[in-house]
Design a protein around this ligand. Structure first.
Ligand code: NAD
Ligand code: MG
Length: 393
């Protein structure tokens, strides 16, 4: 029995994780579930899974959750705030932590899991984008196991040799090929892009995801963040990472070896595959995902990623080359811009210029401490907030 904490249990990743856990009875015990504000869904999950702890982001949310659970769920203690999240990530009883919180809010609890030497199932790519060096150092220093949940990185991991600790070159790997669906606006005109609504941006053609990552997929900032994520996870440089657009989202990513062999991981676009892979690794277990029907799909197509059309992807490559501070600033500005777009304050086409401006404003370099990362994050948010205010005026 592995004891599991699910950070962000009420989100898309969290719900899919519980689905996979439910299909594998006797293998996992749910130790803790956490949510931001959705006490209703977290209460339902607590009643079903009976975790030792449930954590809400703030005291008011925790009060609502306690009210819902009173007299119905004695075994669950309700906590709140970052201290509660860190407690359930680092607790001695925990074996696995699913890092499924979206955005910078996931950094401290994900890092707590790494520092406590857990198996970290990392969906929260923003944590690694913000603090790649510190995060990877914490993983190594504390013997944590970092397994990627992002479908592309999980695919790359599956296509790599079992032990790649000597680096890509010594494993005979020439480059990593990340696939990208291109999102819902791959063929939209500039005029159409300027009129895109939050609902259109959140309607991804292949994947069901939270709203923030859906907008990131539409701008292709998601792929930019994934380039940075790949550099940290696989200890490589952006020159060795290529993005190829693959609208069907069947090939989840590829690894090219020195002899010209390209290994790919394929499957239906369903996050339960990478989740089950990382939960079961090195064994395989059921995920509930349908068999791949290649004849029904018919064609798998590929095209070059257009960095002019998708400036956010270009910024991702530039930040990966510029280092940790640039990546942290880009991530923070993106969170501000996406939230403003979702709130109807700015247009879809305003996102990239805000990121460009924030990228140019940052100082570069490699943050040496968590405080430094948080300072860079705060400064980039202030800069992006000012841009939003100017555009919204
Ligand atoms: P989501 O919006 O569906 O869920 C986010 C979860 O985080 C929710 O449980 C929410 O309660 C929690 N949360 C949000 N803000 C919080 C805060 N301030 N404090 C505490 N908890 C907070 O998002 P998602 O689609 O599940 O994505 C989660 C993460 O996984 C993101 O980092 C995303 O990039 C990554 N990811 C998602 C997918 C996918 O298919 N959904 C694929 C790859 C990677
Ligand atoms: Mg992905």
């Amino acid at each position: 029995m592995k004891r599991l904490t699910i950070l962000g249990a009420t989100g898309t990743i969290g719900v899919n994780t519980l689905d996979v856990v439910g299909r594998n009875p006797g293998r996992f015990e749910v130790f803790a579930l956490t949510a931001n504000s959705n006490d209703e869904r977290l209460a339902e999950q607590c009643l079903e899974w009976r975790p030792r702890f449930a954590v809400m982001a703030d005291a008011e949310g925790a009060r609502r959750l306690r009210e819902r659970l009173t007299g119905r769920c004695r075994e669950t203690e309700v906590l709140d705030g970052v201290s509660g999240l860190e407690l359930v990530s680092g607790a001695a009883e925990v074996d696995f932590v699913m890092a499924g919180i979206v955005g910078a809010a996931g950094l401290l609890p994900s890092l707590a899991a790494a520092r406590a030497g857990k198996r970290v199932l990392l969906a929260n790519k923003e944590a690694l984008v913000m603090s790649g060096r510190l995060f990877m150092d914490a993983v190594r220093a504390n013997g944590a196991e970092l397994l990627p949940i992002d479908s592309e990185h999980n695919a790359v991991f599956q296509c790599m040799p079992p032990d790649c600790r000597g680096g890509l070159e010594s494993a005979g790997i020439r480059r990593i090929l990340l696939t990208a669906s291109g999102g819902p606006f791959r063929e939209a005109s500039p005029e159409e892009l300027a009129r895109v609504t939050p609902e259109q941006a959140c309607a991804h053609p292949n994947w069901v995801m939270g709203r923030k990552i859906s907008v990131d997929s539409a701008t292709m900032m998601n792929k930019g963040l994934e380039v940075i994520e790949a550099c940290w996870l696989f200890d490589t440089t952006p020159e060795q990472v290529q993005v190829v657009v693959h609208p069907q989202s069947i090939v989840h990513s590829m690894v090219e070896y020195d002899d010209g062999s390209v290994l790919a991981q394929l499957g239906n676009p369903d996050m339960r595959t990478p989740i089950a892979h990382a939960l079961g690794w090195p064994e395989r277990m059921g995920s509930g995902v349908d068999s791949l029907d290649l004849a029904a799909i018919g064609d798998l197509s590929f095209e070059e990623a257009d960095l002019e059309r998708f400036p956010c992807l270009r910024l991702g490559f530039e930040a990966a080359a510029a280092g940790g501070a640039a990546s942290a600033a880009l991530n923070a500005a993106n969170e501000v811009a996406v939230a403003a777009f979702l709130a109807g304050q700015i247009r879809f086409t305003d996102i990239a210029p805000i990121l460009e401006s924030s990228f140019e404003a940052q100082q570069g370099g490699e943050p040496q401490s968590l405080d430094e990362v948080l300072d860079i994050d705060a400064a980039a948010r202030r800069h992006a907030d000012a841009q939003v205010a100017r555009l919204a005026a």
